[in-house]
Design a protein around this ligand. Structure first.
Ligand code: DOR
Ligand code: ZN
Length: 344
């Protein structure tokens, strides 16, 4: 059996830089026409000039004959100015601004410590129609790590949407039924991305027979009822849910340690993993809209014209990829069987 769909886009991706970029970019470019590229480099991509230079490095790292368009984002800080936002909106390559609450995740120390300091920037984004992408977790260490998304909705997101009712917002990598319900209840300017790993795994996967660092990401995997809610949202036919892998490469030696980095690497088989999730609830017919239409429509970009095909054909994923000199990158499902295979 085969299915064919319009070439998809990845609306939330970490490409890193330098040698890491060169390793991971071909995986994404093989599957996706475009991707929203996260700005959490060190230092963060917080100006249009930096985003333009990063974009050039991505294009230069593309293997010959691979077509791929990086859609750049700016990293919102307490110091992002109205001029920064205007320059972003006037550019033809910055498509959104990313809010990381300071300390919420990888390379978020330069993120926003007090959202009220961003009021002028947010007002200008609302005026220009530049979307805000949110990492939706509070950082208060007294709040249970599994409750931080729900707490963020109540303490930050709900009030933000009230203050800026015409701001376009993408609630990134949602992980709870609370977030899915919140998005469904929102208007046409509120969308959400959902990762393949949050559709396929619940939090038991982090502790299956021992601690599993390659299943640790942020926001952390949640209980099964939340996974089921995400599957229902992704396959509901709602046009405000779309594909965003949050594929986040980290070297093996930084994952398999006493204090390991957060991130699941899924770019090597992203579409296959989503197909498996959609098939598990008999909703393969909904995959194309989720992967190829909804995100483009939300961002106001044209839909892609090419096609990709997936075959129902078991294959074993590599156990690792060479990464950063002598290190390796361990993908999700390393060395295990996948049910779908993307055809070249
Ligand atoms: O698991 C994650 N990894 N979550 C994030 O928000 C950031 C990402 C990364 O950059 O590694
Ligand atoms: Zn991310």
């Amino acid at each position: 059996m085969q299915i064919s769909l319009t070439r998809p886009d990845d609306w939330h991706l970490h490409l890193r830089d330098g040698a890491a970029l060169a390793t991971v970019l071909p995986h994404t470019a093989r599957q996706f026409a475009r991707a929203i590229v996260m700005p959490n480099l060190r230092p963060p991509v917080s100006t249009v000039a930096a985003a333009g230079e990063y974009r050039q490095r991505i294009i230069a790292a593309l293997p010959p004959a691979m077509a791929f368009e990086p859609l750049m984002t700016l990293y919102l800080t307490d110091r992002t100015s109205v001029d920064d936002i205007r320059r972003a909106a006037d550019s033809d390559f910055v498509h959104a601004v990313k809010l990381y609450p300071a300390g919420a995740t990888t390379n978020s120390d330069a993120g926003v410590s007090n959202l009220r300091q961003c009021d002028r920037a947010l007002a200008e984004m609302q005026r220009c129609g530049l979307p805000l992408l949110v990492h939706g977790e509070v950082t208060d260490p007294t709040i249970d790590v599994f409750d931080r998304e729900k707490a963020f909705i109540d303490a930050v997101l709900q009030p933000l949407l009230r203050r800026y009712p015409a701001l376009k917002v993408v609630f990134e990598h949602i992980t709870t039924s609370d977030a899915a319900d919140f998005v469904v209840a929102g208007g046409p300017l509120l969308g959400a991305t959902i990762t393949a790993h949050h559709l396929l795994y619940n939090r038991n996967a982090i502790f299956a027979g021992g601690i599993r660092p390659h299943h640790y990401c942020l926001p952390v995997l949640k209980r099964e009822s939340h996974r089921q809610a995400l599957l229902r949202a992704a396959t509901s036919g709602s046009r405000r849910f779309f594909l965003g892998t949050d594929s986040a490469p980290h070297a093996r030696t930084t994952k398999e340690v006493a204090c390991g980095c957060a991130g699941c690497y899924t770019a090597h088989a992203a579409l296959e993993l989503y197909a498996e999730a959609f098939e598990s609830v008999g909703a393969l017919d909904r995959l194309e809209a989720f992967a190829s239409f909804n995100g483009a429509d939300f961002y106001g970009l044209p839909r892609n014209s090419g096609k990709v095909s997936l075959a129902r054909d078991d294959w074993r994923t590599p156990t690792e990829f060479a990464y950063l000199g002598g290190d390796t990158l361990v993908p999700l499902r390393a060395g295990e069987l996948l049910r779908w295979r993307m055809l070249d």
